[in-house]
Write a protein that binds this ligand. Structure first.
Ligand code: HEC
Length: 187
């Protein structure tokens, strides 16, 4: 009797243990499945959102009104580029792109540099009603005023257009060259 009793007690305990383990196992499994499901669903959305935001932010990121470097970059670069344009620049694939663009538009090198370092901040996206780079319709009536008028606006400002694009340390020549560069792209 005692043995039987002990035996049935032991098997009851075993069953209990089995039940507990089984329930725990199910709970763990559910947890794993659930958390996986949860982890998978929002992650791509976040990634997509982040990408979309990044893509949307990108052009705005170029609106870098960095006044200091342009002159330093444009002035010493000019002779180096001209030398390079005649020979090695074309062979150097890595540096070819900027060097060649510059070589193609040799006279407006300073203008291109100035434009891309400053003017592009407003003129690439048309900020505050700025005539966009390459937008012929927007530039036509302005070009019709004559270059002197455009130079004057660029040098001294016009409405939301700040004098020298907001960088008074630019030389008049660089600002005029930037105007030439923009006008050339809109003709
Ligand atoms: C902060 C924004 C901004 C920056 C930076 C900027 N511009 Fe402008 N620009 C404008 C706006 C706005 C106009 C339109 C002004 C108007 O006609 O009311 C304009 C117009 C012009 C015009 C046409 C002026 C006319 O008389 O029709 C020229 C030329 C010009 N910008 C040159 C430049 C050059 C060169 C630079 C860089 C050195 C530059 N801009 C940088 C905002 C900017």
């Amino acid at each position: 009797m005692t043995t039987d009793n002990a035996g049935s007690k032991a098997s009851a305990v075993k069953w209990l243990l089995f039940l507990v383990v089984a329930i725990a196992a199910i709970a763990v499994l559910r947890n794993v499945l659930f958390s996986r499901h949860e982890a998978v669903a929002p992650a791509p959305q976040d990634a997509a959102t982040a990408q979309a935001v990044e893509a949307r932010i990108k052009p705005v990121g170029e609106v870098s009104i960095a006044p200091a470097p342009p002159r330093a970059a444009s002035v010493p670069a000019a002779p180096a580029v001209q030398t390079a344009a005649s020979g090695p620049a074309a062979a150097d694939a890595g540096a070819a792109k900027p060097a060649q663009t510059v070589a193609d538009a040799a006279p407006s090198k300073a203008g291109e540099t100035t434009y891309h370092s400053l003017c592009t901040g407003c003129h690439s996206i048309g900020a505050m009603g700025a005539p966009r780079y390459g937008d012929k319709a927007a530039w036509a009536p302005r070009i019709a005023q004559g270059m002197q008028a455009l130079y004057h606006s660029a040098l001294h400002g016009k409405n939301a257009m700040p004098a020298k694009g907001g960088n008074p340390s630019l030389s008049d020549a660089d600002v005029k060259a930037a105007v030439d560069y923009m006008v050339a792209a809109a003709k």
